[in-house]
Design a protein around this ligand. Structure first.
Ligand SMILES: *Cc1c(COP(=O)(O)O)cnc(C)c1O
Length: 362
């Protein structure tokens, strides 16, 4: 068995796998409605929100598109805060719906710069601002609360947050932070199966009249069905069963403990890699609780490292997002990982690195 230390989708625990293998029921049936009501209850607890969560059958990227079509139209002025590949993706989707998108790119490995953001907001008016909370490509956790504070002080723009790889690892109180649309997905730190985009929208988004037409991604239609314990169209039913099981696990364990677990694993991972002499890619003030990115020595081939680690040590990790253009390796520590498994992963990553380095220098 290969241990999955990639940056997602994560491997599933037995209860989540079991939940997924249940017989398919109609999404208009009582039993299904009960599952959806329970998911709504748990998601509202997770996000401290009174808003109705939405479950679209789509990958996380579909969720980003849904966030945009329900918020902007072709006249909208949008500011996109880009700290890496996933910020760039949000920006690229946005460009499909309006020509007026300004992108601020921050140095890779850095977080959003608050002064630069404030300066921009004082100079220009925006209708919406796009933020990637946890930049999975660089292992940076952006300071969401501080970013929002700067925005609220200077602008009334809608705040759209890609929280796909942070939800489940960091508390995000949706109402209190005054986020307008948040996008999550189950296959990262929520430790569930892929196939869903989980969204929340503020009342000012739900009241909006002028946005981009979309049948499938219509928030109001979805909420109408969510209130009845269902979804607008046939959802990925096994993924919904899995999500319920995964959320139950989070609350059985205790939310705070799950967050602490992520922080502890991330710190353990960083400490061991630094001991090897490797450089963290992310600014040490903004390290991610779900992804650790480091650069290998110049002499090393990351593809060879990855392949050797898989073949000889049974551990899988991720390389960079640009198809091995850099020396980056990324290690995912998402979800509740048994301690022995985490220890094994890191020990073998370190061993593999030492062995390869010895080979290269001979
Ligand atoms: C994984 C991820 C996505 C994309 O999710 P898909 O389900 O693959 O579409 C988007 N944003 C971030 C930050 C991610 O980590």
């Amino acid at each position: 068995m290969i241990i999955n230390r990639s940056v997602g989708p994560v491997s599933l625990s037995t209860p989540v796998m079991t939940a997924m293998t249940q017989q398919i029921v109609s999404h208009r049936s009582k039993n299904f409605n009960l599952v959806v009501f329970r998911i709504i209850e748990l998601l509202q607890l997770l996000f401290d929100t009174k808003q109705m969560p939405m479950l679209f059958t789509a990958s996380g990227t579909g969720g980003l598109e849904a966030a945009l079509v329900n918020t902007i139209n072709k006249e909208s002025r949008v500011l996109s805060l880009v700290t890496g590949y996933f910020g760039e993706r949000f920006y690229n989707i946005c460009k499909l719906f309006t020509d007026d998108v300004k992108k601020i790119e921050f140095k890779l490995g850095k977080a959003v710069d608050l002064d630069q953001l404030e300066k921009e907001l004082k100079q220009n008016h925006y209708d919406a601002i796009l933020i990637t909370h946890n930049e999975t490509a660089t292992g940076v956790l952006n300071p969401l609360e501080k970013i929002i504070r700067v925005i609220k002080k200077n602008s009334s723009a809608f705040i759209l947050v890609d929280a796909i790889s942070s939800v489940g690892a960091v508390k995000i109180p949706f109402d209190e932070l005054e986020i307008d649309v948040m996008v999550a997905a189950p296959q990262k730190a929520l430790m569930s199966a892929p196939g869903l985009a989980i969204l929340l929208a503020s009342n000012r988004i739900l009241r909006l009249e002028r946005k981009t037409p979309s049948l499938y991604f219509n928030f109001k239609n979805m909420i109408h069905f969510m209130e009845k314990g269902s979804t607008t169209y046939t959802p990925c039913i096994p993924a919904i069963f899995a999500l319920e099981a995964a959320l139950e696990i989070i609350f059985q364990e205790g939310e705070e403990k799950v967050y602490q677990h992520h922080r502890d694993n991330a710190e353990f991972c960083r400490t061991e890699l630094i001991k090897l002499g490797l450089q963290l890619y992310a600014d040490s003030n903004f390290v991610s609780p779900t992804v650790t990115a480091v650069l290998l020595d110049d002499i090393m081939d990351p593809v060879e490292f990855k392949n050797t680690l898989e073949a000889k040590h049974n551990v899988m990790l991720s390389l960079d997002m640009d198809n091995q253009q850099s020396k980056m390796i990324r290690i995912g520590h998402m979800g509740l990982i048994p301690k022995a498994q985490m220890d094994y992963s890191i020990k073998n990553i370190c061993e593999c690195y030492k062995n390869l380095k010895l080979q290269y220098s001979n």
